[in-house]
Design a protein around this ligand. Structure first.
Ligand code: 6PG
Length: 249
């Protein structure tokens, strides 16, 4: 099946981008609930998605989504304790998990506090395989993966010209930081990203404009622009971008 071409949707600002993403999240969650299947989503870190998570934790989405059917994972995290200011889990815990009371079995964070980062990657990989019942070399198929894009074109913690970008046998790997905060990272690898049913990129801010134009309209250079490597077999991704980030498109 040929992948559908990617789709780029422009919004006036981050607030309207986040509202659209919330409706898409809720629609996918409703579909999975209606078909009596768990809704498994990998959340993006960084700062852009925080507004989306706060919207999902508030009316009307709080009541509209069958949260008992939702299983939360992370696309990546920094190798820090879960209460550290650099932690993606901490940001999601403050904006979504704690306000909804979701803690527990359905929230799968990376153990960023483990000193052995390779062991932490293996631990998360095992958690993924168990949750998805994935055996052998097949990658788990997330219903939705939310991604951001850094000003250097990275996504998750797949940084330009990094070994993690070329990892195809592991589902999760440790990664060296390519941008601040310069702490080691743990990240899903491209085979997992590209197995997703749906991928939404959320890109906001003027600092992304030049890189977004290169990623979407420039020459293919996946080592320099890792976000170009995200091409799920199921189609997409869908790019939700605000006016500032879209300025050079
Ligand atoms: C991280 C994120 C990273 C993020 C981009 C965009 O751990 O930093 O996973 O991939 O999505 O850097 O970050 P902003 O949305 O904050 O610009």
């Amino acid at each position: 099946m040929t992948a559908t071409p990617r789709e780029v949707i422009r919004f006036q600002d981050k607030a309207s981008l986040s509202r659209d993403a919330a409706y898409r999240f809720a629609a996918l969650a409703a579909y999975r609930a209606a078909t009596r299947r768990p809704f498994r989503v990998a959340l993006a870190g960084g700062s852009t998605p925080a507004l989306l998570y706060a919207l999902l934790a508030a009316p009307p989405f709080r009541e509209a989504i069958a949260w008992e059917n939702v299983e939360l994972f992370f696309g990546d995290d920094r190798c820090v304790p879960p209460d550290h200011s650099y932690s993606n889990f901490r940001m999601v815990n403050e904006t979504l998990i704690r306000p909804l009371g979701l803690a527990g079995v359905r929230c799968h964070r990376f153990l960023g506090e483990m000193p052995d980062h390779a062991a932490a990657a293996r631990e998360y990989e095992e958690r993924l395989r168990t949750a998805f019942g994935a055996t052998g070399c097949e990658a788990p198929r997330f219903d939705l993966i939310l991604l951001g894009m850094g000003p250097d074109g990275h996504t998750a913690s797949l940084f330009p010209h990094s070994p993690a970008l070329n990892e195809t046998s592991q589902l999760v790997t440790a990664a060296a930081p390519g941008l601040e905060p310069f702490v080691p990272r743990l990240t899903l690898t491209l085979p997992v990203l590209n197995s997703a049913e749906n991928i939404l990129f959320l890109v906001s801010g003027a600092d992304k404009a030049a890189t977004l134009a290169r990623v979407l309209d420039g020459e293919s250079d996946e080592q320099a622009l890792p976000s170009q490597s995200v091409r799920p077999a199921a189609g997409g991704p869908i790019w939700l971008v605000d006016r500032e980030a879209a300025a050079a498109l």
